[in-house]
Design a protein around this ligand. Structure first.
Ligand SMILES: NC(=O)c1ccc[n+]([C@@H]2O[C@H](COP(=O)([O-])OP(=O)(O)OC[C@H]3O[C@@H](n4cnc5c(N)ncnc54)[C@H](O)[C@@H]3O)[C@@H](O)[C@H]2O)c1
Length: 413
């Protein structure tokens, strides 16, 4: 059968029966598996062979939350094209992703997860140290993307040229006793320098910022891009996916729900009380006592600090962050690829509150943010309304601090 044009699929062989639970299909490129709802539940970019084991019913990092995963779009695409006839699919990689800070605690597992994406053709790793070894290591994985390593300022431009998505995870993490804002002095300059390079070399890329304090670093990047005349608010994202991942995990544990079904929107920002999980909007609908709401909200807000304390000086969340960031990259690539049903929460320029930047659910499209979804802010509980009002002054101050940092640099210069 002929290739199926613009998206990541071509069906190269079909069978007449519909998908069966546990059925594993093979092609030269990938192996995939469907569940009883015709949903793809696992994907392996490893070299296909009959020995590929796809026994688990649980979702992979491509899992199913908020329709924001590969599985949903793959199944839809296959169903649309083959009308229940499917079997061998071949995925084509198209996109170039650059990761800045790629040798770090988040960078390494994140690049490994991105290396498994069927949508990535080139994966560029940048860091100021130790990145060539990471790139060499990763390049031996026989998945579609070509991996290249770039070290130091002189190689940054080459890393960024032609990138469709840039993920910024460069900077220092917290140690016990530190707030995210304590990282400002070091990380603000790093974000500024890297944002300048992005503006100069790949101004059209989607920019995913992980570096903390996120509430300030995203406004810093926005100001730099504005100065360079290339700011597109639809393409700049603060990655808050980890807050959603944590909320989903904790709610599913509390209510004994299947994780794949749980979706909790998290709004506001990404530090302390600015992280506001909307438990009243959780899907499936669940009820909590006031005490449970308080406990769960505080646990989600402090989950990063929980990890920092247990790591006791060895950094902050890296593996869960890599997982969350990889999900956000995958969602962005699916949207770039034309999937019209991609939703995530992210910290973006927004007018749904009186704050210029705000995390909420967004719809992703070919040009970045297609819509900022305001409906989830309607009908909040008293607890959520109060928490929303309480977070605004802190978030506003963090945004202003970021903007002031760039303006002061301009004056000094
Ligand atoms: N958004 C979130 O939810 C979230 C979650 C966890 C951590 N973080 C943040 O992510 C950042 C990275 O955390 P980590 O644990 O990977 O730290 P890490 O120290 O392990 O890694 C950071 C990497 O950045 C590199 N780096 C430093 N300066 C650089 C520069 N100018 N250019 C390129 N690379 C540079 C370092 O060499 C290092 O490899 C921190 O700011 C942390 O607070 C964000």
């Amino acid at each position: 059968m002929a290739a199926t044009s613009a998206t990541a699929f071509s069906v190269i062989s079909t069978v007449s029966s519909g998908p069966k639970v546990g059925q594993v299909t093979h092609s030269k490129a990938v192996s995939i598996k469907f569940n009883s709802k015709n949903c793809l539940t696992s994907f392996s970019g490893l070299k296909a062979s009959n020995s590929v084991n796809c026994e688990s019913e649980s979702s992979s990092f491509l899992g199913n939350e908020s329709c924001a995963t590969l599985s949903a779009s793959y199944c839809r695409a296959i169903r649309k094209r083959s009308q229940r006839c499917y079997s061998y699919v071949q995925l084509h990689a198209f996109y170039k992703v650059a990761v800045l800070g790629a040798a770090g605690g988040i960078g390494q597992p994140l690049t490994l997860l991105i290396k498994m994406s069927p949508l990535v053709s080139a994966l560029n790793l940048y860091d100021i140290v130790n990145v060539k070894g990471v790139a060499a290591d990763l390049s031996h994985c026989n998945t579609p993307s070509r991996v290249s390593g770039f070290t130091g300022a002189s190689e940054l431009a080459d890393c960024l040229k032609g990138a469709d998505v840039v993920v910024m995870t460069a900077g220092v993490p917290r140690k016990p006793g530190m707030t995210r804002d304590d990282l400002f002095n070091t990380n603000a300059s790093i974000v500024k320098t890297l944002a300048e390079a992005i503006a100069d070399n790949c101004p059209d890329a989607l920019i995913h910022i992980i570096t903390n304090p996120l509430n300030s670093t995203v406004p810093i990047a926005a100001e730099i891009l504005k100065q360079k005349g290339v700011y597109d608010p639809k393409k700049l994202f603060g990655v808050t996916t980890l807050d959603v991942v944590r909320a989903n995990t904790f709610v599913s544990q509390e209510k004994n729900l299947k994780l794949i079904d749980v979706d909790v929107p998290v709004i506001g920002g990404h530090a302390g009380i600015t992280i506001l999980p909307l438990l009243s909007k959780a899907k499936p609908s669940v009820t909590f006592s006031d005490e449970q709401v308080q406990e769960l909200t505080v646990r989600i807000q402090n989950a990063g600090t929980e990890v920092v304390e247990v790591k006791a000086g060895a950094g902050s969340a890296t593996l869960s962050m890599a997982y969350a960031a990889a999900r956000f990259v995958e969602s962005s690539l699916r949207a770039l690829d034309g999937d019209s049903d991609v939703y995530e929460c992210a910290y973006v320029e927004s007018n749904i509150t009186d704050l210029p930047f705000f995390a909420s659910r967004i719809k992703l499209g070919r040009k970045g943010v297609e819509a900022v979804i305001s409906s989830e802010l309607h009908g909040l509980t008293d607890y959520e309304n109060k928490a929303l009002e309480a977070l605004k002054p802190e978030l506003k101050a963090s945004i202003e601090k970021g903007v002031a940092f760039v303006q002061n640099q301009l004056v000094t210069a």
